[in-house]
Ligand binder design. Structure first.
Ligand code: E4P
Length: 217
């Protein structure tokens, strides 16, 4: 499973990239707002840090303007993935931009039928939002399961990018189901390493090692 970090915060991205923990980045208009930076400038910096795909989202809602914005974003760097909303115009733009050789990420997916349409439009990634479904008392993980089955039934090559992940359990469940990618906030990626028995065991080893009076190397 690939990990993307879901942020436009450059220091978070740099830290996780240095740790070797991430394969890409996803941003959205809300994350750009949170960064407080200009979209072109911050996206270019992110693309220079991370080798993998960096999703940058169009903000238009009509096909023609989406195409123009998508091409503008793609000029920022070779690893840009154009993020498009799951609407009829978004799907049309997805087909056209994919046809032009660009990577695409169809976002705001909340149903299996929407994911089926995105795959038929040739999307590189489909982003089903787990947490936002959980927020309205619908199990977001059921959606990942349904999309996995449909894509496998027809050998669609669109990758399932589990999004709106809020907890470490979301990551585990999505991995068990077979999502290709999880886009995860930086704090949640770092929380994956935590286990109290690891900390306790390490403390014990260090205490015993100190008693030996030895050093290595
Ligand atoms: C995905 O690409 C989105 O940027 C993101 O995962 C949305 O997460 P949220 O529902 O926590 O805002």
């Amino acid at each position: 499973m690939k990990f993307f970090v879901d942020t436009a915060n450059v220091s978070e991205i740099r830290e996780l990239n240095d740790l070797g923990l991430i394969d890409g980045v996803t941003t959205n208009p809300s994350l750009i707002l949170k960064s407080g930076r200009d979209i072109t400038e911050v996206t270019a910096e992110i693309c220079s840090i991370v080798e993998g795909p960096v999703s940058a989202e169009v903000t238009a809602t009509d096909f023609e303007t989406m195409m123009r914005e998508g091409r503008t974003l793609a000029k920022i760097a070779d690893n840009i993935c154009i993020k498009l909303p799951l609407t009829l115009d978004g799907l049309k733009a997805c087909r056209a931009l994919t046809g032009d050789g660009f990577k695409t990420n169809v976002t705001l997916c909340f149903s299996a039928n929407q994911a089926l349409l995105a795959a038929k439009a040739g999307a590189t990634f489909i982003s089903p939002f787990i947490g936002r479904l959980d927020d309205i008392a619908i199990d977001g993980m059921d959606l990942i399961r349904e999309i996995r089955q449909i894509y496998d039934n027809y050998d669609f090559r669109t990758e399932i990018l589990a999004a709106s992940i809020r907890t470490v359990n979301h990551v585990k469940e999505a991995a068990l189901i077979g999502a290709d990618v999880a886009t995860v906030p930086a704090a949640t990626i770092k929380a994956l390493v935590k286990h109290p028995l690891t900390d306790k065991g390490l403390d014990q080893f260090l205490a015993d090692w100190a008693k030996t009076g030895q050093t290595i190397g």
